[in-house]
Design a binder for this molecule. Structure first.
Ligand code: SF4
Length: 589
């Protein structure tokens, strides 16, 4: 089928062997690529109940029909596995330049199983896989590791595109359950601990390089489609906002909505929000917009700290989620200090959302006398020390490295621990935004804000944020459309630019599939149901589709609340509309 290579590469690290298998035409037509194909492969290949850090747990890289095409927002890759953080389905996505290098190897998906007996870097080319001994890189931080992998393991064949590499940092090497994958220095497949899975396989990095191009159904139509989108969207207010302020714009918006998580999920407004806002970032630092390939939105910020103890520090970021996690939850009131903490997490290779949540949780544990450690709200150096202890698994860090549910049980603080299925929510408090409560409760990968990005319709006035009845219908509309985004694979921030009709047109030009919108919804629903089946096979029960107790308590700075009954109603509506029973079980095919 057009839009797909029709090939999957399987690498067996135990045997140091690799093989290429054709993807049957009906599988291509059913699952397309990206999330669809990878979920099918995970379902077929992963042993039920496997330990996520065991060699048998498969890790799958995938690109989609849009990767490498002219489609704006199409420079993304996905990683899929069983999560060491949640014990359930894991997916994580990243952009930058690497996705095009990954796609140029000529595979729709690359499945890695087994484990190496010594630290190794893999180099994947269209005609072979090379195993390089990488003991000298073990222990190195992510930026240096990526540079080293690119420098040493590329192949200089004429016609090959520029290589790209994904790497892990010291945290993932040590099995920290929220160790991530880095590429292009600052881009991350950040959530669910996909880096820890690669670390358990003793793979320090993977280089991709090749010269292959997907067969596309109608390149002329795609170019015309891309040209029209650019013309129509140039003056779109959302595009302009992302380009001028990046995701840091959300600090002001969320604080105004009383949904900016503050003081470890106690408040929805932050007293120092202005000091950590987009305006502060752009006034206090040198900031340039920065984009992934094939993007005119350029939400990234190349940021250089101008003054103070961190003067000269340069990162791409900080993203809104990092600002909320350290600035809101941990009450750090300096944008430069947040950049500093962001840099530590990036170098060590840890997810900033989980890291910030764990640090704020530790502050609560200290304040309640459950743990003897010196850190408090607003204490940037204390938080920095804690991050380093976590990555090294030293002292209190060894407890936190196992994730929030483990630390909560260890300190007897389950009552205040904020997570769903073991993963902490992003920076959208569900008490003012009840649809985000539904999102956190039902997402397959834990408390995820991205599967439906439902803060968008709730903040934009498309639906009343307090509404409960009838909310699941619009939620599923968003979730299904974005499931197709993850299958093609497209950047989330293009969601307003690709409504259903555009998605339909794009799919036809990429693959030749000419389908109406109900059929596209069916496709997405089938992928959602397969993902659900995977989680049920791993032990998921309706009890996992709930919010933590703390999020059902009233916010301290407002009377906003979301009750268990309200979440229960939305979840039951969601199950019903998905065609699942009252326990969330899909019906037999
Ligand atoms: S909007 Fe941001 S994340 Fe999305 S493709 Fe552009 S730069 Fe990358």
């Amino acid at each position: 089928m057009d839009g797909c290579y029709g090939q999957v590469l399987t690498i067996d690290l135990d045997k140091r062997q690799w093989q290429v298998e054709a993807v049957a035409e009906d599988i291509q037509r059913t699952y397309l690529g990206g999330k669809g194909l990878a979920t099918h492969l995970l379902w077929e290949n992963n042993p039920a109940g496997v330990d996520p850090l065991a060699p048998e747990n498969c890790l799958i890289f995938a690109t989609g029909p849009a990767t490498g095409s002219a489609v704006w927002g199409g420079c993304r890759y996905g990683v899929y596995t069983k999560s060491p953080q949640t014990g359930f389905y894991a997916e994580s996505y990243s952009g930058g330049k690497v996705p095009e290098a990954m796609a140029s190897t000529g595979y729709d998906a690359i499945l890695i199983k087994g484990a190496c007996d010594v630290p190794t870097a893999l180099a994947i080319f269209p005609d072979r896989v090379v195993f390089h001994e990488a003991g000298d890189l073990w222990g190195q931080e992510t930026y240096a590791s990526e540079d080293a992998v690119l420098e040493r393991f590329r192949r200089n064949d004429a016609g090959f595109k520029r290589p790209g590499a994904v790497v892990i940092g010291p945290a993932a090497e040590k099995g920290i359950r929220f160790g991530l994958l880095k590429n292009d220095h600052w881009r991350s497949a950040g959530r669910t601990g996909v880096g820890a899975v690669l670390g358990a396989k003793r793979v320090k990095g993977v280089l991709f390089q090749g010269d292959r191009r997907r067969p596309l159904h109608d390149e002329g139509a795609l170019r015309a489609f891309a040209k029209r989108l650019m013309k129509e969207s140039r003056d779109n207010p959302g595009v302009k906002a992302y380009k001028s302020m990046g995701t840091s714009q959300m600090v002001k918006i969320m604080n105004a909505a009383q949904a900016f998580p503050t003081r470890y999920w106690s408040m929805g407004t932050c007293p120092h929000w202005e000091a950590i806002s987009a305006d502060a970032l752009h006034a206090r630092c040198e900031v340039e917009p920065h984009a992934c390939l094939k993007c005119f939105m350029a939400c990234g910020r190349m940021t250089r700290v101008k003054e103070g103890p961190h003067a000269g520090l340069t990162i791409e970021g900080p993203e809104y989620e990092t600002i909320y996690a350290f600035g809101g939850l941990c009450m750090i009131d300096s944008i430069e200090a947040i950049i500093y903490l962001n840099d530590i997490c990036d170098r060590l290779g840890m997810d900033t959302i989980t890291a910030g949540n764990l640090c704020a949780f530790t502050i609560e544990a200290v304040r309640r006398g459950r743990v003897d450690y010196a850190v408090d709200y607003g204490d940037a150096e204390g938080v920095a020390s804690l991050l380093r202890l976590i990555a090294a698994r030293e002292g209190i860090g060894a407890v936190l490295a196992e994730g929030l549910p483990h630390a909560a049980a260890h300190w007897g603080l389950e009552d205040i621990a904020v997570h769903v299925k073991g993963m902490e929510p992003a920076g959208y408090d569900p008490r003012p935004l009840k649809g985000m409560g539904l999102a956190y409760a039902t997402s397959d990968r834990g408390a995820c804000h991205l599967r439906a990005t439902f803060y968008k319709p709730e903040l934009a006035g498309m639906i009343d944020p307090r509404q409960v009845e009838g909310k699941a219908e619009l939620f599923i509309d968003f979730e299904d459309r974005l499931t197709l985004f993850d299958t093609l694979i497209l950047c989330r921030f293009y969601r307003d630019l690709y409504p259903w009709d555009d998605l339909r047109e794009m799919l036809k030009a990429l693959t030749g599939l000419d389908e109406d919108i109900p059929r596209l919804r069916q496709r997405a629903a089938a992928i959602a149901t397969l993902t659900r089946r995977f989680n049920i096979r791993e032990g998921l029960t309706p009890d996992d589709d709930r919010l933590p107790r703390k999020l059902h308590r009233r916010l301290e700075d407002s009377d906003l609340v979301v009750t268990e009954e309200e979440i229960g109603t939305m979840v039951q509506d969601y199950y019903r509309l998905r065609g699942w029973d009252q326990n969330g079980l899909p019906q037999p095919d």
